[in-house]
Design a protein around this ligand. Structure first.
Ligand code: NAD
Length: 305
């Protein structure tokens, strides 16, 4: 298969690295000049659980000139529309496109360019961190759940599971991936936005009863809106999950904190809490907590950036 990774930041590099090591033909596509130049001149450096360096092709999307069999999307959510436009020329009628971005609303965007039977949606709990251009830190274990949007795409979806598992990416075909996607959005929409706004790590948020209250209110909005979209999330189970995760990774600053506070970059808030507000409006539901979090994060973006 001719595999392209569209958006080769920390996660795109993780997937690109592991797939290339398992002898797949992989090309990274990215827009960040410094990162492209670093990988072209010195290779992709891996640090963390293991040290490695590999030669892997990377270029701007508009420079790609071979037809793609599979494109794995790994931009930040707000970069997705322009990336889709820039890779349209390497898609043919059989090109499969897998989306593993965090957040909601991506399927609607991808459908503008790709027939539904070629789209696969998923969620991953792998992590990765860019240390500097061309250098990615990989630590810990993870997994992938994915599903084809249409039943006709299931055979390819299952083939893809084998490809990922040969690359030790620990993938599973999911007969209903949407609850898993929403669960992750809910975790991100409670912890990421709160930690970014409070400039706090997870255990600091849970050092106060106000942190618990806020998390509970946010979860209840996610659960209500999910139900309207026919996705079942259990509020008590979500709450226990978030609280118990906080005990394991208490000293962690979630990615929105890293983006906004540490690296002064825009956040994915419109695709997390903001997406809940937007979906709720379709059903005349009020989601004041998500709305406030979205406004506050945008305000902080305007102040800092
Ligand atoms: P990332 O920010 O590392 O990379 C996304 C894009 O931004 C890439 O094109 C990258 O080159 C560019 N970029 C990164 N730093 C830049 C800089 N300083 N200047 C200019 N451009 C820069 O994003 P990611 O962490 O790989 O996330 C991709 C998607 O996967 C997101 O939807 C994210 O929420 C999701 N996700 C991330 C993780 C994680 O651990 N990083 C885990 C699961 C899901």
């Amino acid at each position: 298969l001719n595999i392209y990774i569209a958006g080769a930041g920390s996660m795109g590099c993780r997937f690109g690295y592991q797939l290339a090591k398992a002898n797949n033909k992989v090309t990274l596509l990215d827009e960040w000049e410094e990162h492209i130049t670093a990988i072209q001149s010195k290779g992709l450096s891996i640090t963390g659980d293991q040290e490695d360096n590999i030669d892997i092709p990377i270029m701007k999307p508009e420079e790609a000139d071979q037809s793609a069999d599979l494109i794995i999307l790994f931009t930040k959510a707000m970069q997705l529309p322009s990336m889709l436009q820039n890779i349209e020329h390497i898609m043919n009628e059989d090109t499969k496109v897998l989306c593993l971005l965090n957040g909601l609303g991506h399927l609607e965007e991808i459908q503008k360019y790709v027939p539904r039977e070629n789209i696969l949606m998923g969620v991953t709990i792998w992590t990765a961190q860019l240390e500097s251009p061309g250098k990615v830190k990989l630590s810990g274990q993870g997994g992938i759940n994915l599903q084809s949007v249409e039943k006709t795409g299931e055979t390819f979806g299952k083939d893809l599971i084998n490809i990922f598992n040969e690359a030790n990416l620990n993938a599973e075909y999911d007969q209903d991936v949407w609850p898993s996607i929403w669960r992750k959005v809910c975790v991100n929409g409670t912890m990421n936005s709160t930690c970014a706004l409070m400039d706090a790590n997870i255990s600091e948020v849970f050092s106060s009863s106000h942190g618990y209250n806020l998390v509970e209110k946010l979860i209840s909005e996610f659960v209500q809106v999910a139900a309207k979209e026919n996705v079942h999330l259990d509020a008590d189970e979500m709450y226990d999950y978030v609280v118990s995760a906080s005990k394991k990774v208490g000293d962690h600053y979630p990615s929105m904190h890293q983006d906004l506070i540490q690296n002064k970059r825009l956040t994915e808030i419109d695709y997390i809490n903001g997406a809940i507000v937007k979906i709720a409006q379709k059903y005349n539901l009020e989601t004041p907590y998500c709305e406030m979090m979205t406004e506050l994060i945008h305000l902080k973006e305007d102040i800092l950036l």
